[in-house]
Unconditional design. Structure first.
Length: 235
């Protein structure tokens, strides 16, 4: 549908090394920068347990925990597709077909699963739990207090540091979120420049190339504004 450059090669999902002790891990997590708004040029990659995988250039905009926009880019820099989540709604747009699927954000996981394309099946967890990507334990407690249980660890140190979240979902499924390629900011806080979500269907990752931790984004960033697109209501 929206996504190009699919190839076949069985993915290898790496295991996490031995975690640091609880005291060190807690100290590291306290240094994580609070990401309120983010604008970035990035690379989104994915691997499915079936062997499919892909990689795309994207533009990423987010205001956690409610607003997200991802634009998939063609090799020439034009927009091949867009996902917008805002005001508890989603708009999933295919620029080649000039079509948009619109519905309640709580239903996006169901829509992607029904379409049955490999990337979309892998991405269901990614798009449902995206507010966990750059967030601290304190922020997660505010956003997901009663929905899930999360175990926080750190692995390695300095250039090899990885922060990991093991997320236990109500149905018994587990997934893991990894934050790595840490950059130390001027105030000694750390910012992950790469994140991954790993679930039973595969993994999705984002590597930031150029980004800004702006306090606010442009007023029209999260307002659907594509013209001459036909609407498909998902009810």
């Amino acid at each position: 549908m929206l996504f190009l450059f699919t190839a076949c090669s069985r993915p290898e999902i790496k295991s996490v090394s031995r975690p640091n002790d609880a005291v060190f891990s807690r100290q590291v997590w306290q240094r994580l920068v609070k990401v309120k708004s983010l604008k970035a040029d990035a690379v989104l990659s994915w691997k499915a347990v079936t062997g499919d995988h892909g990689k795309y250039r994207v533009r990423l905009f987010l205001e956690s925990p409610e607003k997200l926009k991802i634009q998939w880019l063609t090799p020439w820099g034009s927009v091949a597709g867009q996902l917008l989540i805002a005001d508890q709604q989603f708009w999933l747009s295919d620029s080649r077909k000039h079509q948009t699927w619109h519905g309640q954000s709580a239903d996006i996981e169901k829509l992607l699963s029904e379409r049955g394309e490999p990337f979309q099946i892998v991405a269901t967890r990614f798009f449902k739990f995206w507010p966990l990507l750059f967030s601290s334990p304190e922020v997660d407690t505010e956003n997901f207090l009663e929905d899930i249980f999360i175990e926080y660890l750190s692995v390695g140190s300095k250039d090899s540091l990885t922060l990991t979240k093991t997320v236990f979902l109500p149905a018994g499924e587990e997934m893991q979120i990894r934050l790595f390629e840490m950059k130390e900011l001027n105030d000694k806080q750390i910012m992950p420049e790469a994140v991954e979500i790993l679930s039973r269907s595969g993994q999705v990752g984002i590597t930031l190339r150029r980004y800004s931790l702006a306090s606010t984004l442009a007023s029209g960033t999260f307002i659907y504004s594509l013209k001459n697109f036909s609407f498909n209501e998902y009810l």
